[in-house]
Design a protein around this ligand. Structure first.
Ligand code: ADP
Ligand code: GLC
Length: 521
């Protein structure tokens, strides 16, 4: 028997992506399938997702098939479109509803930058659709484990329990605790929750509201998060975003399973999206990538000796975009030869701030508001350093991408960044094994000091090359993470499915599990 896992997420590459969640979902599904787990993905049928899946279906000659749902969803009628995630062998189910199909540019935010007012209903629909698959009332086989990701899928564990589907294991993974999906109780009827017993509904209550994330935390058989440090941090008031009490009460089911990265996609030796290949022992290609980046972002002169600082992330409060905008002028003034490349989008005021910076330092600062993979690969391959500041960081994929290309991260000492970047220390020679610079604090001076530290190390060729080697050698392969997930699925699966998950854990991968599936408590 093959074990079946249904991954439920609001985004997954290449169909829809606003951040790292999308990378993680598809990479995990691919890795699980390599371990002989029948993993599939359920996600919203946003206009772009359906268009992407249809284009792929037309190309591959395998049209999307329509799967009927047994009854209307709380938000209205819907159906599932079944296809294959482009570029993979992963089956994907797109929940096609009127509401989701109207979302075009951004899945969460309307044109005026406000959260869509029907988010509660849309993601309740997603949860109800998942449960319909689990009841066996569709033509699809019910999964043995449902793996819900972030608040968007948080209602699923709750709905499974209230539907009496105790034989299906439920996992909730927290990728970002700051987003919780908290809505007025008045909406309960519209969300399909009105008939629930009152003590069940009470378990979703969070400061007078219904919380989708709390629903997941309270009712999932296993709660995971994406790094060891973040798993400990979220139990504290500073990082718990008000959920620390609930999480502490559930810490016996909390596990840390670090993400991996797709080392085939981010591979300096074989990257169709960067200008020239290179490796630890043959770094000449990085110089070509650097001049490519300089030309792409209009930096002058195209000088291999001009240190390039890259920033590539969502422009948000989480990523300390406000602090970067305060600190960067002083950094640019201090280092006259330095060039800055910025790629990203997010809150409008930050986008404007970076665009102004480019105007203020023409030829030295290149900014692209938006995101595309070609520019992202050029940035990671061609920069010397990557500035990745975060007030909190559950995992942080971006610095790991840059490390693969010998681009040294300068990052906040929080969450996953603490676990994945070996800090050079703030003074003197870099500590042995260092792969980046970590800093504490959220003030402009803290960031400036960290960048200065990186520049000091950059000034010593041997120190820098040693750090580049360490960074490029760091291994974050997905198979290790997939093995840890399978181990956790095995714990929560029932009956024969338990054995199927156990069998999928080949001895080769099982050995890694102890190292990564760290009990957070
Ligand atoms: P987060 O998920 O918090 O944004 P991560 O570093 O874990 O942080 O993942 C970010 C992912 O999103 C990376 O794959 C990065 O290349 C990508 N990315 C960064 N900025 C954007 C953007 N503006 N739009 C879409 N994807 C982006
Ligand atoms: C979230 C986090 C990020 C993490 C990603 C994937 O968006 O902010 O740190 O890497 O999810 O788990």
């Amino acid at each position: 028997m093959q074990a079946r896992v249904l991954l439920v997420s609001s985004e997954a590459v290449p169909l829809v992506k606003t951040g790292g969640l999308a990378d993680v979902i598809t990479a995990l599904a691919v890795s699980l399938r390599k371990c002989n787990i029948d993993a599939s993905i359920l996600m919203p049928g946003y206009a772009a997702a359906i268009a992407g899946a249809e284009a792929h279906a037309a190309q591959s000659g395998q049209p999307l098939t329509s799967v009927a749902l047994p009854r209307p969803l709380p938000g209205g009628p819907g159906r599932l479109l079944q296809g294959v995630m482009p570029g993979t062998d992963v089956p994907v189910l797109l929940l096609d509803t009127e509401r989701f199909s109207q979302r075009r540019a951004n899945p969460y935010i309307d044109q005026s930058g406000q959260e869509f007012c029907d988010n509660a209903i849309c993601f309740s629909d997603l949860a109800h659709a998942a449960v319909a698959i689990c009841t066996g009332e569709t033509s699809l086989p019910a999964p043995h484990v449902v793996h819900a990701n972030d608040w968007h899928a948080g209602l699923i564990p709750f709905l499974l329990k209230t539907a009496g589907l105790h034989h299906i294991g439920s996992m909730l993974t927290i990728h970002n605790l700051a987003f919780q999906g908290n809505y007025h109780f008045d909406l309960a009827a519209q969300l399909g929750l009105a008939q629930m017993p009152s003590d069940s509904i009470a378990s979703l209550e969070y400061w007078g509201k219904i919380s989708y994330l709390k629903a997941g935390i309270q009712h999932a058989d296993c709660v995971t998060t994406v790094s060891k440090t973040y798993a400990a941090e979220i139990l504290t008031p500073r990082f718990g975003y008000g959920m620390e009490g609930v999480l502490n009460a559930r810490r016996h089911v909390l596990r840390a399973i670090p993400n991996g990265i797709d080392s085939d996609v981010w591979d300096p030796q074989n990257d169709p999206l960067s200008r020239a290949p290179f490796s630890i022992d043959r770094m000449r290609g990085k110089v070509i990538c650097k001049s490519d980046l300089q030309a792409m972002f209009g930096l002058l002169p195209v000088d291999p000796f001009a240190p390039i600082l890259g920033i590539g992330s969502r422009m948000s409060h989480q990523k300390m975009a406000d602090v970067a905008l305060q600190a960067l002028p002083a950094i640019l003034d201090r280092h006259e030869r330095m060039q800055l490349v910025v790629l990203g989008c997010g809150e409008r005021s930050y986008e404007e701030g970076f665009a102004d910076l480019a105007q203020r330092y023409p030829g030295r600062v290149g900014v692209h508001i938006g995101y595309d993979e070609r520019r992202a690969h050029a940035l990671h391959a061609g920069s010397d350093m990557l500035l990745h500041a975060s007030r909190f960081e559950p995992f942080g994929l971006t610095p790991l991408y840059s490390m693969r290309y010998g681009t040294i991260p300068i990052a906040s000492r929080v969450g996953g960044l603490t676990d994945t970047i070996a800090d050079a220390g703030m003074q003197g020679a870099a500590t042995p094994g260092a792969s980046g610079v970590l800093f504490d604090g959220e003030a402009a001076q803290d960031m400036e000091a960290a960048v200065q530290r990186a520049f000091d190390l950059y000034g010593s060729r041997s120190e820098w090359q040693a750090m580049q080697r360490n960074a490029m050698q760091t291994d974050f392969d997905w198979q290790t993470s997939a093995a840890a997930y399978i181990d956790a699925y095995k714990e929560i699966a029932a009956g024969e499915a338990k054995t199927a998950f156990r069998t999928a854990l080949q001895p080769k991968t099982a050995g890694n599990v102890a190292a990564v599936a760290i009990q957070a408590a």
